[in-house]
Design a protein around this ligand. Structure first.
Ligand SMILES: Nc1ncnc2c1ncn2[C@@H]1O[C@H](COP(=O)(O)OP(=O)(O)OP(=O)(O)O)[C@@H](O)[C@H]1O
Ligand SMILES: [Mg+2]
Length: 264
């Protein structure tokens, strides 16, 4: 990562933002989103794949890591919870609504307004500077370019990218790109951030820094983070980990201390 404010300084900047709400300890509070009996089946006949084979999961404010071997259904679960795809069967409850019965238009609007997304890499528009990439979801929500870019610059500053607002993705390092992606996920102040291997393309140290920023930023705003990861180091910093195998949750681990450490 390029020289800049220390990680500790960045975390303090995030924790002292005016929007900061009292942190929660995660699993003791009411769920933000709940999946029940989720199945996802691809194909038919002998080539049928049961990507999800019956998953129940409550997501609470705070951080939740989803682990498990390749092909175990992590991305499928994330996509069902986030309303990106409809499960083959089962329900996803969010604020009194079953996402699986919403029209595509309403699900799209919900994703835009209430959810934030961070993926492994890419997803930024190469021709736009960092702050316009971050501003995009706000502009899709109806804000003017000027106002949206103003808010984007604030988030880029919180994530240690002050001075780099006008750089295009090709002029940023992998860790910086992921911080831009985090700023874009958080600028709409989502209630849930879904992240699919957000540090998968980074070296371990940069990945740990990016993950620390993501977790602190999400927890400081009182939101929930669902992060798919192969990295046990990432999972250790999360308040809770569920492990998947063959489309099911086969283990669950709580770390209240981690939640407290993240929140303070
Ligand atoms: N669109 C699709 N069509 C057919 N099969 C699919 C599709 N998407 C996923 N699958 C299959 O569903 C299973 C679960 O996939 P999923 O992407 O959820 O796994 P994952 O745990 O995220 O794996 P990875 O760690 O490799 O990202 C896999 O066997 C995969 O091949
Ligand atoms: Mg995956």
């Amino acid at each position: 990562m390029a020289a800049g404010p220390s990680l500790t300084r960045l975390l303090i900047m995030i924790d002292t933002t005016p929007t900061t709400q009292p942190p929660t300890t995660g699993h003791r509070s009411a769920p933000v989103i709940s999946g029940r009996g989720l199945t996802m089946t691809y194909g038919s006949g002998p080539s049928t794949v049961h990507a999800l084979a019956g998953v129940d999961l409550d997501v609470h404010p705070g951080s939740l890591a989803v682990m498990g071997p390749s092909g175990s259904g992590k991305t499928s679960l994330l996509h069902c919870l986030a309303g990106i795809v409809r499960p083959s069967s089962g329900h996803v409850q969010y604020q009194g609504t079953d996402l699986t019965t919403l029209s595509d238009r309403l699900r799209t609007r919900l994703r835009r307004d209430d959810f934030g997304f961070v993926f492994q890499s890419g997803q930024l528009l190469a021709e736009l500077p960092a702050n316009e990439n971050v501003a995009l979801p706000l502009m899709l929500g109806g804000l003017s370019l000027r106002e949206a870019v103003g808010r984007a610059d604030v988030w880029l500053g919180r994530l240690g990218l002050a001075g780099m607002e006008r750089r295009r993705p090709g002029e940023l390092s992998g860790g910086q790109l992921q911080r831009v992606a985090i700023a874009r996920a958080l600028v709409t102040e989502p209630r849930i951030v879904f992240a699919d291997e957000p540090t998968g393309a980074l070296d371990q140290r940069t990945g740990a820094e990016v993950m620390g920023l993501l977790e602190h930023a999400v927890v400081a705003t009182g939101a929930a983070l669902v992060v798919v990861t192969h990295d046990p180091g990432v999972a250790r910093t999360c308040a809770r980990t569920v492990t998947m195998a063959d489309g099911r949750i086969v283990a669950e681990h709580h770390r209240p201390q981690a939640a407290t450490a993240v929140a303070r």
